[in-house]
Design a protein around this ligand. Structure first.
Ligand SMILES: [Zn+2]
Length: 175
């Protein structure tokens, strides 16, 4: 009787181990499937899509910047390496809101001055909001932004952010 119980216990333990191993294998298979799916998605994203935007003019669409990328300055339309490009919120008259513009070492400060002048002249809540929104959309964290806007009035906050951009204390990351 005692032996019988032992056998049952031993059998029970073995069954538990088997169940555990099966579960473990299934978990691993699920993990592998998830990893494979992630890798496939990354590969699809990493593969540049080429779009023809006009006859003879194609652009590459990628989720991240390739190492040899060059960016166009929106003022002089020359191509520069990312190290010489600054992202500046500039007002888009047509769209009626701010957008993030790429500008070269030579042109970014003038664009920033234009934005500053516009904010100082007559900025609505929406306009200031859309200027700050550009920065957040481009990867500036709200906490980082708050270090310049906290305890300031709306216009002062906007100007403090523009100052920080000009002095390089606030940098808008490139994609
Ligand atoms: Zn330029």
């Amino acid at each position: 009787m005692r032996n019988g119980v032992m056998v049952l216990l031993a059998f029970g333990a073995a069954a538990l181990v088997v169940v555990a191993i099966v579960r473990h294998d299934r978990q691993q298979a699920e993990n592998r499937a998830a990893v494979a799916e992630l890798e496939a998605r990354q590969a699809a994203n990493a593969k540049p899509r080429v779009l023809e935007v006009a006859p003879g003019l194609s652009v590459q669409v990628t989720s991240s910047m390739p190492p040899n990328a060059q960016l166009l300055c929106s003022k002089c339309l020359h191509a520069f390496p990312p190290s010489q490009i600054h992202t500046v919120p500039t007002y888009d008259l047509e769209g009626g809101r701010y957008v993030g513009s790429y500008l070269c070492d030579e042109h970014w400060k003038a664009a920033l001055a234009e934005t500053r002048a516009r904010i100082m002249a007559d900025a609505s809540v929406d306009e200031v909001g859309s200027m700050l929104e550009v920065l957040v959309r481009r990867g500036v964290t709200k906490d980082r932004l708050r270090t310049f806007t906290e305890d300031r009035s709306r216009d002062e906050a906007a100007l403090a952010v523009l100052d920080a951009l000009e002095r390089g204390r606030l940098v808008v990351p490139l994609p």
